[in-house]
Write a protein that binds this ligand. Sequence first.
Ligand code: NI
Length: 259
Amino acid sequence: MGKQFFDTHCHLQHEAYDQDLQQVLSHCQEAQVDYMTVVGWDYPSSLQAVSLAQQYPGRIFAAVGVHPQDCLTWNAEIAADLFALAQKSCVVAIGEIGLDYYRDPSPKEVQAQVFIEQIHMAKELQKPIIIHSRDAHGPLFDIVKKEAAAQFGGIMHCYSGSVEMARQLLSSGWTISLAGPLTFKNARQLPEVVNFVPLDRLLIETDSPYMSPEPLRGKRNDPSRVTYIAGKIAEIKGVSLEEVANITTQNAKQIFHIV
Ligand code: NI
């Protein structure tokens, strides 16, 4: 058996792929990126994620949710529609959800309320959550602790925290997902995080079209480049690329309940 990669977080429904999605998907196939989770950031993009998952069953899976920066789109009707959408079997997680206090944030009380409502949704549906946290780790952890949010699986997307924070997350059952910043020259503490976190608690992702890894930094990203993240992990941990690919794929299948 060859290598199999699972990009656990990409946005293939983004307009950046409007012209060449087919080509991007065949590159992924050549790169042995056999699985991907397409993640929503608001209701329309969640709907598009589901439609892609339905077009490519067994290969593309969907996560649906409203991102903190889009929290002002939230209302009772969207909540009900999202809940209905989230029940579909191709929806493997609720996300991306969380808090974002970077630069010009949406009102913090609204972010918290929309985040909590979606945590409740995930718990009711017994699905894992995919968390976006930017400049908001303190308040975010207060919420996830109080809500026991990782009860059905919790993924810290595009992890950028310290080893100490990773230690705390692992002990409360979270899974850590690594993206392009691991490959950046100024990655600082991320290589230490990789050293510390056991391979069976790691996921890999691209966050495409954003976060392109070195040496392609700044260009449009796509899921085939998740192999760069895996390569960096293999290098740091001193294991084979095949081992990183296959274990992180198993981890993803387990947390998303894919058989
Ligand atoms: Ni994302």
